[in-house]
Design a protein around this ligand. Structure first.
Ligand SMILES: [Zn+2]
Ligand SMILES: [Zn+2]
Ligand SMILES: [Zn+2]
Ligand SMILES: [Zn+2]
Length: 146
């Protein structure tokens, strides 16, 4: 499972920059990079990140797994991160999706069959979230926006 790599601001570099502009601080509580690590893409300090992870509010953190990712991504999926929604229909189902990549309903319907070509290939389909290896390859090109 791909992990979201956390990029923390470096206090030694960010904290020393000239003037106010370069100073990183938490957009929520105001902690500066010298008081706490600041996650770069979120502008949140690590305390706020941890709090969001606990809360799972669906705005700042995934309601399923608690992962903190930029808000817009979560809103698109009703408060869940991409790893917690069904790859086929988009329904949030963190527990089942973690196992099969599909929600309960879809894993019942699709089962061991590729959702693109219908070939039976249980291991591949499970690994590729509903696609067999050859269909995955043809769909490799990313960029379905909206
Ligand atoms: Zn904070
Ligand atoms: Zn999640
Ligand atoms: Zn589904
Ligand atoms: Zn296929």
């Amino acid at each position: 499972m791909p992990r979201i790599k956390r990029v923390w601001a470096d206090p030694n570099r960010e904290g020393k920059s000239r003037g106010r502009q370069g100073l990183r601080y938490c957009s929520r509580c105001g902690n500066t990079v010298q008081q706490s690590r600041i996650m770069k893409n979120l502008n949140l300090c690590e305390f706020c990140v941890k709090e969001f992870e606990r809360k799972r509010d669906g705005i700042h953190s995934c309601r399923g797994c608690g992962k903190v990712i930029p808000g817009e991504d979560l809103r698109e999926r009703k408060g869940y991160c991409s790893q917690c929604v069904c790859a086929a229909c988009g329904t949030p189902d963190p527990i089942q999706v973690k196992k099969t990549g599909l929600c309960y309903k879809c894993s019942q319907v699709i089962g061991d069959f590729c959702r693109a070509c219908g070939k039976e290939a249980a291991a591949q389909v499970r690994k590729n979230k509903g696609l067999c290896d050859s269909c995955l390859k043809t769909r490799k090109a990313p960029g379905r926006h909206g």
